[in-house]
Design a protein around this ligand. Sequence first.
Ligand SMILES: Nc1nc2c([nH]c(=O)n2[C@H]2C[C@H](O)[C@@H](COP(=O)(O)OP(=O)(O)OP(=O)(O)O)O2)c(=O)[nH]1
Length: 154
Amino acid sequence: MPQKSNIPIRKRAVVGVILRHNKFLTIRRSQLVVAPGKVCFPGGGIEHGESEPQALVREIQEELGVTATAGVRLFETVTAWGTSVAWWHAHLEQDAQLVLHAAEVAETHWLTPQVLLRDPDLLSSNRDFLVAWGQSTFAIPGIAVPPDWNEISG
Ligand SMILES: Nc1nc2c([nH]c(=O)n2[C@H]2C[C@H](O)[C@@H](COP(=O)(O)OP(=O)(O)OP(=O)(O)O)O2)c(=O)[nH]1
């Protein structure tokens, strides 16, 4: 269900929520892009004529050098800066080797939800996404909300 917002939408983006062994694949954004050094999921802007899954697969290929498969659409938010973000569950081949596009991605990490939520560099909209997940606004296939979630997200 989309989050209600009165912010005018200036841009549309899609991000991939990718899990392995109960950890999220996260990127640290490079110093050369918007929100430099921030931690978030792979993804980016939707180009004219692209569907969300097409943009998701293209962005992940560009950033991480791997072919992703789009799963289900999990959630939709509007950032404080007017970007409509579609959050998609996505999958990589089990043995996929990431090849980072250094101009966009400084590093990648597989992080538990608890570690990710506590990361001071987490993009604010990603924090909102995790909090909404913890409140069961939507479910992410294959991972349960940790039992101590209310204590750490409060
Ligand atoms: N990549 C990514 N972007 C996110 C996340 N969460 C979130 O709010 N966003 C926002 C930030 C930006 O407003 C937008 C995506 O921007 P981007 O800078 O990654 O996309 P891009 O590579 O297409 O950038 P640009 O060429 O359009 O400047 O979505 C996330 O987890 N990953």
